[in-house]
Design a protein around this ligand. Structure first.
Ligand code: SF4
Ligand code: FES
Length: 532
């Protein structure tokens, strides 16, 4: 492995790596705008220029491969003079609107201005003013903030492959634009907002909602499909404001789909179920959560006493593997022949595949399966053994072993309505406990309704389409009136102490036992524990 020396520090590099990436990997800072590890290198912004011993002039560190024994200076007088000159040039026409810019606090221009810029501007003429533009469904362009790094243009060519963005004009008239009648509306469009190093490209949904330094991050996984995209949920005081990609070379690299980006909306839906209910004399009445659980448990036990094989549980592919495990354990503890059923797995057409505009190489895939954990629930049902059936079997009720079903525990948690429109009589028959986040025809007709926690309100793990099991952690508390499923099953199983997804994974054994919940502090978890 080649070794280079940067500002007096020797670092190990990968073969044929660029100097800038080697420095970033080693934790050294070299300013850069146009370079992004997921895009082609254009070396156009020139702020990353460094001095290399033996070379007559400064070279772009983002485009210069490492060579064993290379000696690099990013803080020599020549390199510093260049950084200051580039900053001065970029700020000539940049508006001074940081106080109202969404990017303030996470803006490269702001940070580098502080680190590498001049304290005063020598420019006294009028700044060029450029119009704001609506680029498409989710993205706005504040053109006069743009520093022409072309990251956004390269993304639409090299990753989303649709080439909607281009550079119009030359010199100081250069602008990012779309072609007439061709808005930026592909399913990866939101990534250009993440890529933009300044506040030129903005997410319409996040616009003026929150100062970024107030946001906290919880590492999580996308609930939108079975791709298992790694994300950060960004929230403040119990409200989720946005979702950002979390780099994972084996899942989503640096990108996420717009389905994932806005998948937090149902969490704050005004329709969320907030009140436990149970049926009395043919209609539902409000009840305390604890009472609803007692009623559900008593009815499940009574049905199991009457007939063997009378119980079933519908395990939703929105549940975590740990929750599915505990619910399976609970129904089987009452009736060892209880049937475990994977809930509906909605799909939409075929996978959406994105390709590089020139090479045709696949760059991103949005899975057609629109739930995150069908594979994990299938795995848990297999681990638990015993009778199982498909959701179609349950609906059709043609199998003789499903004829005796008298009581079922049905879990939803989907981001939108999931109930098949024509439920046959058999599915409607018998005692039904429904644990869900949004109201459906099923929750309205259920004997017990238990408001559940959405995925961002609990932790656990999901298995994606490729068999990769990934943990996610809670960002916010469940809405008032809702309870985490894990807490409910823990109470029903009569277990002492507190439900912790990590403990359940140890109990489940391989391949779950060694998976750690990312970024959760024990003290925070205690604060978030809610008595049933
Ligand atoms: S809009 Fe942002 S990402 Fe696109 S060229 Fe301008 S600064 Fe770069
Ligand atoms: S980051 Fe190297 S020239 Fe832009």
């Amino acid at each position: 492995m080649p070794k280079i020396t940067v500002d007096g520090r020797t670092i190990e590099c990968k073969d044929r790596q660029m100097v800038l990436q080697a420095c970033l990997d080693a934790g050294l800072t070299i300013p850069h705008y146009c370079y992004h590890p997921g895009l082609s290198i254009v070396a156009s912004c020139r702020i990353c220029l460094v001095e290399v011993e033996g070379l007559p002039k400064l070279v772009p560190s983002c485009q210069t491969p490492v060579r064993d024994g290379m000696v690099v200076y990013s803080n020599s007088p020549k390199a510093i003079a260049n950084q200051k000159a580039v900053m001065e040039y970029l700020l000539i026409n940049h508006p001074l609107d940081c106080p109202v810019c969404d990017q303030a606090g996470e803006c490269y221009l702001q940070d580098y201005s502080y680190e590498y810029g001049r304290s005063e501007s020598r420019f006294e003429e009028d700044k060029a003013k450029k119009p704001k533009k609506d680029l498409g469904l989710n993205v706005l362009l504040y053109n006069d903030r743009c520093i022409m790094c072309t990251r956004c243009v390269r993304f639409t060519r090299e990753v989303s492959g649709q080439s909607e963005l281009y550079v119009d004009g030359r010199g100081h008239r250069e602008e990012i634009d779309i072609f007439p009648g061709k808005p930026l509306d592909n399913k990866l469009s939101g990534n250009v907002v993440d890529l933009c190093p300044v506040g030129a490209l903005l997410d319409k949904d996040f616009l003026f909602k929150q100062r970024v330094w107030l946001l906290k991050q919880a590492p999580s996984i996308s609930p939108a499909d079975s791709g298992g995209e790694n994300i950060y949920i960004e929230y403040n005081e119990g409200v989720i404001y946005r979702i950002k990609p979390r780099f994972n070379p084996e899942a989503n690299q640096w990108w996420i789909s717009d389905d994932t980006r806005y998948s937090f909306k149902p969490v704050h839906s005004p329709d969320r179920l907030r009140q436990a209910r149970r049926s009395q004399y043919g209609s539902q009445i409000e009840t305390a959560y604890g009472k609803a659980i007692e009623a559900a448990d008593a009815a499940m036990r009574a049905a199991a006493k009457e007939t063997a094989g009378a119980l079933y549980a519908v395990l939703s592919p929105m549940m975590s593997c740990e929750e599915a495990w505990l619910l399976g354990k609970y129904v089987r503890s009452i009736d060892p022949t209880a049937v475990l059923i994977l809930g509906p797995v909605p799909t939409m057409g075929e996978d959406e595949v994105f390709k590089h505009y020139l090479t045709g190489k696949e760059t991103f895939r949005i899975k057609a399966e629109k739930v995150p954990n069908a594979a994990g629930i299938r795995r848990v049902i297999t681990m638990l053994g015993g009778p199982s059936a498909t959701f179609d079997d349950l609906i059709a009720a043609t199998k003789p072993e499903l004829k005796n079903l008298k009581a079922g525990w049905i879990v939803g948690g989907y981001l939108s309505n999931w109930i098949p429109t024509n439920q046959p009589a058999q599915f409607k028959k018998g005692f039904r406990v429904v644990q869900d986040i949004l109201p459906t025809s099923l929750s309205e007709a259920a004997d017990v309704v238990l408001p559940a926690a959405a995925w961002a309100e609990k932790d656990g793990c999901w298995e994606n389409h490729a068999g990769k099991i990934q943990p996610f952690s809670a960002a916010i508390r469940p809405v008032e009136g809702a309870r985490r499923e894990g807490d409910v099953y823990f109470a029903l199983l009569g277990r002492k102490g507190m439900y912790r997804a990590e403990d359940i994974r140890k109990e489940m054994g391989d391949p779950f036992a060694t998976i750690k919940t990312p970024g959760i502090k024990e003290e925070e978890r205690r604060l978030e524990f809610v008595e049933l």
